[in-house]
Design a binder for this molecule. Structure first.
Ligand code: KIV
Length: 271
């Protein structure tokens, strides 16, 4: 339970307070109204409308195909559900890499059309000009380093990043650059735990990890993975809290059987 007094609405300042006071930040992805309502009511601190929607909602192999319009649609549904948590929305691939004006326009569309509370984008030094411009317009920005799925064709693989000293050092420099550019937080994905802890201790802003160990300031998971809706994705960092694939499959089979056998609907289930 939070020790931040009576939290009416989580803000970027609440997350900063949590880091300063050693309270870990909980973050999950969501993409629709019904699930976001459950997570918000349960007390999640941050909901990320991740571009992982491209995978888990739309069935694409990578996060690259999802569009800004599609992200806005998901974000609108999530924002309508949330009364307490902070809602951050990913800028999708191709909506910010061109130049800082394009990045600002995309961020503004997400804030205006979806009513989000901030945006997330991937990359280090190369996106700092865009971050400064977006933050300058009053929009909170979360960075994302380590395994950045929008660059999967550059990496060639989803394996752990920054195991080598040179890449680890570059990640630290990029994290500092993101903080200096004005990010309120940074996500670190799939890097050694020791590096995650190192970055979290060097930065003043909260560092949220996914496969970045326990030494960071908070954790994020893709909701479909932690609920066991996806079943063929089992990275080491994933803890499954339910096995919904099995549960939903069994419920569906029971329903089919009840319909076929004319057991459903019964006397009490009709008018
Ligand atoms: O899109 C996403 O779900 C993410 C998380 C993995 C951090 O970026």
């Amino acid at each position: 339970m939070s020790t931040y007094g009576e939290i009416k609405r989580i803000t970027t300042h609440t997350l900063q307070w949590m880091k300063l006071n050693g309270e870990k930040i909980s973050m999950l992805t969501a993409y629709d109204f019904s699930m976001a309502r459950i997570l918000d009511d349960a007390g999640i601190d941050v909901i990320l409308v991740g571009d992982s929607a491209s995978n888990v909602m739309a069935g694409h192999e990578t996060t690259l195909p999802i569009t800004l319009d599609q992200m806005i649609y998901h974000a609108q549904s999530v924002v309508r559900a949330c009364k307490r948590c902070l809602v951050i929305v990913d800028l999708p691939f191709g909506s910010y890499q061109g130049n800082s004006k394009e990045a600002l326009n995309s961020a503004i569309r997400i804030m205006k059309e979806a009513g989000a509370h901030g945006i997330k984008l991937e990359g280090g030094q190369e996106v700092c000009e865009s971050i400064k411009r977006i933050v300058g317009a009053g929009v909170p920005v979360m960075g994302h380093l380590g395994l950045t799925p929008q660059s999967i064709y550059k990496f060639g693989t989803y394996t752990v990043r920054a195991r080598e000293e040179e890449e680890a050092e570059m990640l630290i420099q990029n994290a500092i650059a993101l903080q200096e550019a004005g990010c309120f937080s940074v996500v670190l994905e799939k890097i050694p735990a020791s590096l995650g802890a190192d970055v979290a201790s060097q930065l003043k802003i909260p560092v949220i990890g996914i496969g970045a160990g326990s030494g960071v300031d908070g954790q994020v998971l893709v909701m479909h993975d932690m609920l066991g809706v996806t079943k063929n994705f089992s990275p080491r960092f994933l803890r499954r809290y339910l096995n919904l694939y099995e549960d939903i499959s069994n419920a569906t089979k029971a329903y089919i059987s009840d319909v076929k056998s004319k057991d459903f609907p019964n006397e009490k289930e009709q008018y």
